[in-house]
Ligand binder design. Structure first.
Ligand code: UD1
Ligand code: CA
Length: 468
């Protein structure tokens, strides 16, 4: 394979009726990545020089989802069957002389080694067409394979026909060897053979599986490679299979991180997307979701129910239960939560403390800054060593526009203060508890902006009469 340039054709035009979804089947996600993008990632692993995705149903959504993947998308206007779908790649691969791996777009669990085995079987056997098969193993409980096309072998032991379950008689249905929807042939040969496939079958469709018969009819030869693990061969047709695939992929991802030195207290209940990274000696509790390219450092502690999306977490940071963090960056040795809420574009320096029911948005906080309880900090630039006491908030929205709050190093904002933006609190300044601050507070000064206390003696008895 190293000496021959490989191309992939991914069939993804079907509607996926059994998903009962307005989203095309191949865009449903498994561990944070669309089904078809798992196959594209495999193509990269196999070193494919060209990847052509055949789309039809929901093609606009497919185009959008694959915009950054460097693939060609060709349209199959009418879904006339898998052979017709593969034929749509003909123009895109004109001039490609090397092997072409055609794959169903709904098999996201393959490992690269299995497909490499198929490509090598094609090259090694000198056959015109190679297919990937496995045996339905009664012990594997892989019920989805019950509906796969059956492999009929000839007297010479080579694949002679693939019979769809719908077209099979009882004897053929009893065959345990099944077709996994992955085929290799050289480009020119493939498209020539595909154009000779007809649609005389139970569904009236152009079946890609007929590649075998068409090849033998023209005096060509076939071969098969074996996929050892039934689980990785699974195709997704409905939501129950989607869930099985998700569980399998999750187990792989989690096993990888455990081998890299991450402790998962309950791997079956830990949800890490394919594109996340985690440093060693981090301990992750059950019910945690790390999503979309999140990077967590080393020696972190991530408690139950934490969700981190598209964010970075530094080393040694502790996220207590039920924190929500999105599109943000957290420094080293911070402590957040329980129930801290970081909306997009928050940057926390090292050693920050963000306590319970504190919400942050579009703000930068310097090292060692604290907001321990019940605060809202939005659109703020805050220095280091600042204390935001209980209930203090930035008033960033005047009903029409958003404004910024600026706070210098080592300032202290007392409980329940309202900082009406735009406003600046200079370094080392104090804001007295309960103040509503509307103008700049000078460095090292104190702002008191609240009514002076007045006590009215005997008020209660005069109002309601003396106590009984
Ligand atoms: C197919 C195989 C079957 C194999 C099984 C493995 C055929 C005829 N049968 O059956 O032998 O055991 O896969 O999963 O190929 N697609 C198109 N355009 C079409 C029709 C399908 O792009 O006109 C795409 C679908 O989006 C899907 C893939 O081809 O990604 C497979 O189609 P599907 O209808 O799921 O085939 P199966 O019935 O599962
Ligand atoms: Ca299928």
């Amino acid at each position: 394979m190293a000496d021959e340039q490989l191309a992939l054709v991914i069939l993804a035009a079907g509607k996926g009726t059994r998903m009962r979804s307005s989203v095309p089947k191949v865009l449903h996600e498994i561990c944070g990545r669309a089904i078809v993008r798992h196959t594209i990632a495999l193509a990269r692993e196999l070193g494919a020089v060209r990847v052509v995705v055949v789309a039809g149903h929901g093609i606009e959504a497919v185009r959008e989802a694959l915009a950054d993947d460097g693939v060609d998308i060709v349209e199959q206007r009418e879904q006339l069957g898998t052979a017709h779908a593969a034929l749509q790649a003909r123009e895109a691969l004109a001039g490609h002389e090397g092997p072409v791996l055609v794959m169903n777009g709904d098999h996201p669990l393959y490992r690269a080694a299995t497909l490499r085995g198929l490509v090598e079987a094609h090259a090694g056997d000198g056959a015109d067409v190679a297919i990937l098969t496995t045996e339905i193993d009664d012990r594997s409980g892989a019920s989805w394979m019950e509906h796969y096309g059956r492999i009929v072998r000839g007297a010479d032991g080579r694949p002679e026909r693939i019979v769809e379950e719908r077209d099979a008689d009882a004897a053929t249905r009893a065959i345990r060897e099944v077709n996994l929807g992955a085929y290799v042939a050289r480009g020119p040969y493939l498209f020539d053979a595909l154009s000779r496939i007809g649609s005389e079958n139970a569904q009236g469709e152009f079946y890609l599986t007929d590649l075998i018969e068409v090849t033998l009819a023209a005096g060509g030869s076939t071969t098969a490679a074996h996929a050892p693990d039934p689980v990785e061969t699974m195709g997704i047709n409905d939501r129950a299979e989607l869930a099985i695939a998700e569980r399998e992929m999750r187990a792989r991802i989690n096993e990888r991180w455990m081998r890299e030195g991450v402790t998962l207290l309950d791997p079956a209940a830990t949800y890490i997307d394919v594109d996340c990274e985690i440093g060693p000696d981090t301990v992750i509790a059950p019910g945690v979701s790390l999503r979309r390219g999140t990077r967590v450092g080393a020696r972190c502690r991530i408690d139950p129910g934490v969700v981190v999306e598209a964010s970075r977490v530094g080393d040694g940071t502790w996220l207590k239960p039920h924190c929500w963090v999105e599109h943000s960056r957290i420094g080293d040795d911070c402590i957040l939560g329980p129930s801290a809420h970081l909306r997009p574009d928050v940057e926390l320096g090292d050693r920050c403390r963000i306590g319970n029911y504190v919400e942050l948005k579009n703000s930068r906080l310097g090292a060692g800054t604290k907001a321990d309880h019940l605060s809202y900090i939005g659109d703020a630039d805050i220095g280091s060593g600042v204390t935001f006491a209980c209930g203090a908030i930035t008033v960033n929205y005047d009903g029409r526009d958003k404004h910024r709050t600026t706070i210098g190093d080592d300032a202290f904002v007392g409980c329940n203060a309202n900082l009406i933006a735009p406003v600046t609190i200079q370094a080392r300044a104090f804001v007295a508890a309960g103040s509503t601050v509307t103008s700049e507070v000078p460095g090292g000064g104190l702002a008191v902006a609240r009514a002076k206390q007045r006590n009215i003696e005997g008020w209660r008895d005069r109002k309601f009469g003396p106590a009984d």
